[in-house]
Design a protein. Structure first.
Length: 353
């Protein structure tokens, strides 16, 4: 990150240095420049901007190129503007506190120190590519990106916007193929079979398989309190799926992935689909994931009570992780107090690397 000095040096200070070296006073400089003493006084104290014409006059008098004087003046005026801007940014710090600043620092997306209010606000605005928080909200409410407008009105919009933005910043694959619906449907059996493997390696393989179909899959650690397992929208013309690994178990991660793939295949690409929504499309994506993992003809094979052997046997027959079968049994029976040994913990750091 570019560091800017916290002091302001007027162009007049450099003129004074030259005057001291040459042993001349302000009255003599005014005569040589052909201007009033008042004008020279204004230059020396930074109250009068240095014009390009005056820089050329200074070049003739001092033998210092006009471009050097212009650079001094540009730096001075920029420093003044930056100081004023910092005052404005500091005034916006209370608005910045609505965003998950600690999370952003952990993700190294805000590098300003906690005591640097202006720097914190500046980093946050740069994250979203806006000049102010008013601009941030207007781009979500009225901007050209349709999926953003669907999130307006949520009380957790600042946290949600951060989580979504982190995923977008990770999309830097310039060679990503165009989206291939047929390729995605053809890849699903192979991705489904990955559920039996070690989660970190299997996740990376799933990313590669989806990439070949023009689908980006990223893991973005959950923002504290957000409570969203996954999200899907189209970004730069291709599907973008992000998972949070919120419950840190393999069954939840895989079910959420197939749920999000369901959105890609079933729903309008202009939408934003979040797993905490309660609507018809979320129900459809849930049904899609359940039927893909446990086809309807196997549904009556799901045990109706605690039976680890039946869970393992059905999982082996279906070729999926036992934890996924267990998860469906638990959802059907609302009995979540058993079978925990079948669920593998997800190492988010390993999977995101």
């Amino acid at each position: 990150m570019v560091q800017h000095p916290d002091y302001v040096v007027p162009t007049g200070d450099f003129i004074k240095e030259w005057m001291e070296d040459e042993g001349i006073n302000a009255a003599e400089l005014a005569r040589r420049l052909g201007v009033s003493r008042k004008h020279v006084s204004g230059l020396l104290h930074g109250k009068v901007p240095l014009s390009h014409e005056m820089a050329l006059r200074l070049e003739s008098v001092t033998n210092v190129p006009a471009r050097i004087w212009n650079l001094h003046e540009t730096g001075y005026r920029e420093a003044l503007a930056r100081r004023k801007a910092d005052e404005v940014l500091t005034g916006q710090y209370e608005q910045a506190k609505a965003f998950p600043l600690r999370y952003l620092r952990e993700q190294r997306l805000i590098t300003a120190a906690g005591r640097d209010k202006a720097g914190t606000v500046r980093d946050l605005l740069r994250l979203f590519g806006v000049a102010s928080f008013d601009s941030f909200f207007s781009t979500w409410e009225q901007g050209a990106v349709a999926y953003r407008r669907s999130a307006v009105g949520r009380k957790d919009l600042p946290a949600l916007a951060v989580w979504l933005r982190v995923a977008e910043l990770s999309v830097n694959d310039t060679d990503l193929p165009e989206y291939d619906r047929g390729g995605l449907e053809g890849a699903l059996p192979g991705i489904r079979a990955l559920t039996v493997e070690e989660p970190a390696g299997a996740f990376r393989t799933a990313q590669s398989l989806l990439r070949e179909c023009g689908v980006t899959l990223v893991l973005v650690p959950a923002v504290p309190g957000l409570g969203i397992h996954g999200a899907t929208r189209w970004f730069e013309g291709r599907p973008l799926i992000q998972l949070s690994g919120l419950w840190k178990s393999d069954d939840q991660l895989w079910f959420t992935l197939f749920h999000e793939i369901g959105h890609v295949l079933l729903h309008d690409p202009k939408g934003l689909y979040l797993t905490d929504a309660q609507d018809k499309m979320e129900d459809e994506a849930n049904e899609y994931a359940m039927r893909l993992l446990v086809p309807r003809e196997y549904e009556d094979r799901l045990p109706s009570r605690r039976n680890l052997k039946a869970v393992r046997d059905l999982a082996a027959e279906l070729g999926i992780a036992p934890s996924i079968v267990l998860g469906q049994v638990q959802r059907r029976t609302s009995d979540y107090g058993w079978g925990h040994d079948l669920k593998r913990k997800v190492d988010l750091a390993a999977m995101a690397s």
